[in-house]
Design a protein around this ligand. Structure first.
Ligand code: FES
Ligand SMILES: [Fe+2]
Length: 431
């Protein structure tokens, strides 16, 4: 972020603190239909489209550190094996043997010189080529070149490994768009993984995720933890293409975001805003992460049925080099990783209740405020990805937030410029 970006964000903070209504150019948001959290038809559409066409964070390089290392990944129901190839590339395949569909690996993780199916012994290279089969004389015309493992797209952002099931999807960098540039300061190519856990929750993944996609809830459910250090009235939301979003609010809660482990290394390239504010990104469809100069701790929300989800907590810090590993563990959990830490307990406490409410006859839809615009933006992007015509009309959201709100466009900046010009003119008149 350069000085101009910082000045723009500071001006937007003051604008947000002083406004007495939503920005003039901001549309009224129709209610989000409650069925999007409870209707199996909508869940099916999400599985068919959103989880198949989006880039999904699957692993960290530390989990596949050397050639031959592999790891199972099935967070969206598809059996995937990630493999560190001899070339250094990371490959992703369906964990499905080309012979009769047995799993290629059955261990959650490990390291093997080649991938050999345990059913009849077909073996594959780390690049998925079929190398050898037992009793080849019993097959007629078996073309090895088309019997390799079925590949899934896999790309890296620094040490983060993403997968995408869609052949037609844009590249990961195109998907991230301007965020890829903004993230240079965090040096994801030097981040190391210090903790990762998974927790089952009794609500739709969107209910859990939305608690981390707005600051409207902060004074109510985090009065002693997050609220004292975060100025929610100065929060600035930014909407990006593809459903991504960002929040920046001045302040951070001491003891929650600044508590440091031994030997943790500062990410020196991180700029003023991420050092002094809570700067959190939502990456469509399921990533939320407050990033700063000490930690990179994304939360991932995975579907697990219409009324269940899995919350995956990650903590990464800057590479500690040859020194001793820092004692940081997982920032989001208790030190032994068995329970969510206090902030996430607060965030998730109502999930099961909200799910039940939404399933009740009494619940129709969700009226969102301007502060909660990122949730609406996510839903608009979801419908576009599903294909609006594929969604039953009663489950759609209207596409009311237009391109004029997509970064770098921002009608608030025009309002600010107009207010500044008026102030200059009135001072001139007074003088
Ligand atoms: S199913 Fe894998 S070798 Fe037969
Ligand atoms: Fe929260």
């Amino acid at each position: 972020m350069d000085q101009q970006d910082i000045a723009r964000i500071r001006a937007l903070m003051e604008y947000e603190a002083n406004r007495t209504e939503p920005p003039k150019a901001f549309p009224d948001l129709p209610d989000i239909p409650g069925g999007r959290y409870t209707d199996p038809r909508f869940y099916e559409l999400e599985m068919q489209h959103i989880w198949r066409k989006s880039w999904l964070l699957a692993a960290h390089m530390d989990e596949l550190p050397e050639p031959g290392c592999f790891r199972l990944w099935d967070n969206v129901g598809q059996p995937v094996v990630l493999v560190h190839a001899d070339s250094g590339a990371i490959n992703a395949f369906y964990n499905t043997c080309s012979h009769r569909g047995a799993p290629i690996v059955t261990e959650r993780e490990g390291r093997k010189p080649r991938l050999t199916c345990k059913y009849h012994g077909w073996s594959y290279s780390h690049d998925g080529e079929l190398l050898a089969i037992r009793d080849p004389e019993d097959f007629r015309n078996l073309d090895f070149s088309c019997r390799g493992l079925n590949r899934i797209r896999c790309e890296r952002f620094g040490n983060l490994i993403f997968v995408n099931f869609d052949e037609q999807a844009p590249t990961l960098l195109e998907w991230l768009g301007p965020i890829a540039d903004e993230w240079k300061e965090f040096q994801f190519d030097k981040c190391r993984l210090t903790g990762k856990h998974i927790f089952d929750l009794d609500c739709n993944y969107k209910i859990a995720m939305e608690a981390n996609t707005e600051v409207y809830h902060v004074p109510s459910i985090h009065p002693k933890t997050v609220a004292p250090g975060l100025d929610h009235r100065r929060n600035v939301n930014t909407l990006y293409p593809n459903g991504h979003g960002r929040m920046i609010a001045p302040g951070r809660t001491p003891g929650v975001f600044e508590e440091l482990g031994e030997n943790i290394r500062e990410i020196t390239t991180v700029g003023e805003i991420a050092r002094t504010c809570t700067q959190s990104y939502g990456i469509f469809p399921n990533w939320v992460s407050p990033l700063n100069h000490w930690r990179l701790p994304p939360l991932l929300f995975w579907p697990n049925g219409i009324d269940k989800c899995r919350l995956e907590t990650w903590t990464m810090v800057h590479d500690w080099g040859d020194g001793p590993a820092p004692e940081v563990g997982d920032f989001w959990t208790t030190p032994d990783g068995s329970e969510l830490g206090v902030v996430l307990q607060e965030d998730t406490q109502f999930g099961a209740f909200i799910q039940k409410s939404m399933e009740s006859h009494g619940f129709k839809g969700v009226p969102l405020s301007y502060q909660e615009a990122r949730i609406y933006h996510w839903n608009q992007a979801a419908d576009r990805m599903i294909g609006i015509e594929n969604i039953p009309p009663e489950l759609r959201v209207a596409q009311v937030i237009g391109e004029e709100w997509m970064y770098p466009n921002d009608p608030r900046l025009e309002e600010i410029a107009k207010m500044q010009a008026e102030a200059v003119a009135s001072r001139r008149d007074a003088g």
